[in-house]
Design a protein around this ligand. Structure first.
Ligand SMILES: NC(=O)C1=CN([C@@H]2O[C@H](COP(=O)(O)OP(=O)(O)OC[C@H]3O[C@@H](n4cnc5c(N)ncnc54)[C@H](O)[C@@H]3O)[C@@H](O)[C@H]2O)C=CC1
Ligand SMILES: [Mg+2]
Length: 344
């Protein structure tokens, strides 16, 4: 980032430092809310809450036909709960998600114990499956619903201490749970996953699991084993799933992936040597894996995803849509092929 800043005009760097100091203040504020019960409650009372019903987020369709995540001010939500015959103090069960750039704390709450249709009517929206919400929402809202569901799911599944069997209690922010009988503290869990696009210099390797939608191919992925480095996971997964030995690894980026549960996806490019490209697929894990040329990948990237006509014969090859980190890896690979790094 600093290297980029050197070549930016002064106006841009001034704006960046203003944004940066606001960012630092926000991050410190969020951190304080996790530690300070009173401050967190005050932030909730002046903040906004978005809703889930049995882990399905509430969305609202605007007159322009765009789906949005409705944010309900604390007082409004208290009123809605009272009208539905519930004690409004239930809002205090909300879990802290983030703080907006306008410095409003943002929380989420699962109202699964209320009648779904009654809440929908009161709030003017619909509870939809997370997968649909994640694929429909725009910009920043998709990661927010994913994060909210992951935290709520974690709370719902960690109400008891696995050592004592006694109930655990959460802090106001919902960033941890404690067993008071033995002092054990539990934090939300994610499973680290490596996802990698393997290249032989001219082609890239994509695979499909039997559970993927018809025609969809993606990068190779696998969960980290206990004690492994990411590089070790990557080399092992590629060896296990397609029988190839990786010779180099380059980090690309990361993404929280909410399906089927919370995974922390770390995306990397990998290469095998051009003399070692014979694919040997583990059919327990993958239905198919094969090398694709640049032309085939360009054609797949041009398709609308998922395609309108998935029953076509023969099936069209398509790749995950733009919000999936696999898509970013594939686009980067195409860029690298079209504009190879010359080392300068
Ligand atoms: N965005 C994308 O394009 C893709 C995303 N993925 C995601 O990557 C993740 C891992 O991919 P897979 O190929 O399924 O992994 P994988 O190749 O490690 O195989 C899955 C198996 O690993 C075992 N396993 C080990 N640790 C596990 C854990 N913490 N949770 C669940 N199973 C565990 C289970 O036996 C499971 O059947 C999944 O969350 C999947 O949704 C996978 C492929 C493409
Ligand atoms: Mg796998």
């Amino acid at each position: 980032m600093l290297r980029c800043l050197r070549v930016l005009p002064a106006r841009v760097t001034r704006n960046f430092s203003r944004w940066c100091s606001n960012y630092v203040a926000r991050m410190r504020f969020i951190n304080r809310l996790k530690e300070d019960e009173g401050a967190c409650l005050t932030a909730l009372e002046s903040g906004d809450v978005f809703l889930y019903h049995t882990l399905a987020p509430l969305l609202r369709k605007t007159q322009q036909g765009v789906f949005q995540l409705p944010l309900l001010p604390f007082k409004d939500l208290e009123g809605i709960l009272n009208r539905l015959g519930k004690d409004g103090s239930m809002v205090k069960d909300s879990v802290l998600i983030t703080c907006t750039e306008q410095n409003r704390a943002l929380f989420c709450l699962d109202v699964g114990e209320l009648d779904q249709q009654a809440v929908e009517k009161e709030c003017g929206g619909n509870f939809v499956d997370l997968r649909k919400a994640f694929f429909t929402l725009r910009g920043e809202e998709a990661p927010l619903v994913a994060r909210g569901q992951a935290l709520l799911r974690w709370h719902q599944g960690n109400g008891f201490c696995s050592a004592s069997g006694k109930p655990t209690t959460r802090n106001q922010a919902g960033s941890q749970r404690v067993c008071h009988s033995n002092g054990l503290v539990y934090y939300p869990k994610m499973s680290p996953v490596i996802i990698t696009l393997v290249s032989d210099g001219k082609r890239c390797l994509l695979a499909r699991q039997a559970s993927f939608p018809r025609g969809m191919f993606s990068a190779l992925a696998g969960f980290c084993d206990m004690g492994e480095t990411l590089e070790e996971t990557l080399r092992r997964e590629v060896a296990e799933e397609v029988g190839l030995e990786v010779v180099s690894v380059r980090y690309s980026g990361s993404q929280h992936w909410p399906f089927p549960q919370s995974s922390f996806m770390v995306a990397c490019h990998a290469t095998v040597s051009p003399g070692n490209t014979q694919v040997d697929v583990d059919h327990e894990e993958l239905e198919e894996a094969r090398w694709f040329t640049l032309e085939e990948i360009r054609a797949a990237l041009k398709l609308r995803t998922p395609p309108r006509n998935p029953r076509d014969q023969p099936p069209t090859i398509w790749v995950p849509p733009s919000y999936a980190i696999a898509h970013k890896l594939i686009r980067e690979w195409v860029d690298d092929q079209e504009h190879p790094y010359d080392g300068k």
